[in-house]
Design a protein around this ligand. Sequence first.
Ligand code: NDP
Ligand code: GDR
Length: 362
Amino acid sequence: MKKVALITGITGQDGAYLAELLLSKGYIVHGIKRRSSMFNTDRIDHLYQDTHESAVNLFLHYGDLTDSTNLIRIIQQVQPDEIYNLAAQSHVQVSFEMPEYTANSDALGTLRILEAIRILGLAKKTKFYQASTSELYGLVQETPQKETTPFYPRSPYAVAKLYGYWITVNYREAYGMYACSGILFNHESPLRGETFVTRKITRAVARIKLGLQSKLYLGNLDAKRDWGYAKDYVEAMWLILQQEKPEDFVVATGQTHKVRHFVEAALREVDIEVEWQGSGVNEKGFDRATGKVLVEVDQRYFRPTEVDLLLGDPTKAQKKLGWQPKITLAELVSMMVQEDLKSATRDVLCEKNGFEVRQYNE
Ligand code: NDP
Ligand code: GDR
């Protein structure tokens, strides 16, 4: 019998990689996608065979974490062995603008799924994975951050995820459910949303190199993050649900770098050396060869409360899951810049042939 998995957030970065991984392991995969006025399945289209052509192992359902009845119906219909709750309003800065919605989807959404499992009598059958986050650590209490480090969330997003983390612990303890969290540190890829800092940088660097854009505007260049590769991290999600006992795990690389280091590495990938001048909001990054300003700091990307330093300790995941990150930061930066160069090249060709190329800058 094939295992059945349900992934919320299947149209996102992690959802796409996880769906691919589970399909490769022979699972039947169900995913929840939101209704949108435009196609929103770009990241998983290559996995989705036309139902009219052959037997499929991937099924999509319309749904939303803010709608309990919808979640109950889908879970009842699918009867999953494993649920991966990856859906979330996942942008930290946006959560300051939409705190109530973020709490509804990220905190109560988690509760809705756990309750659905319980109401449907699936507490002993269905394993539950919660996408917890290093943002829970927020204001630095100790480094490196591990499973026992106290939490101090610094954004409406992180506070909502704190509820998601603890309600998962509570359902595990109260109802004996196999319910647990991966506390994942930042993980990136060519599929990363364009408004997260790494992808914003690699996309801009490719466009600057090909003359489609002149400058990149960023916020806090000194924030430090422990960046890994998303494809490595979805393997850890799967491993977390294959243990004998449900437990929470930190998933990280154990290395941390400043945002400015990521900018330098991305520019180096296209043979540009950057030189920083000024400080704070007046800081600029110059092309050492031409003297042109390539990077400018813009106040609007600063957050009301920032997380200055994330550095994870993945020892428990290494020992108990046998998990290791396979890709280094240098390889990740290179992969992302090279992929963005391909899209930028396509845009250049379109422009050359008289087709308008839309600019999305954030
Ligand atoms: P993305 O932002 O790429 O994907 C989020 C997914 O959630 C999308 O499929 C989105 O749908 C969906 N979604 C958003 N709101 C709702 C809602 N109300 N109901 C149903 N679906 C919704 O995130 P990632 O793939 O990067 O992250 C996956 C999860 O892991 C998230 O929960 C995130 O908070 C968490 N996380 C991520 C880390 C990272 O570094 N990437 C680190 C730690 C945790 P749509 O495509 O329609 O927008
Ligand atoms: P983060 O990721 O907030 O860590 O959350 P993001 O890439 O948005 O920011 C990382 C750091 O870079 C600084 N920064 C900027 N960030 C953005 N987005 N845009 C900018 O222009 C910019 N300039 C500097 C930020 O201030 C921050 O310090 C991600 C999300 O995937 C969450 O869902 C997840 O839980 C955490 O990672 C772990």
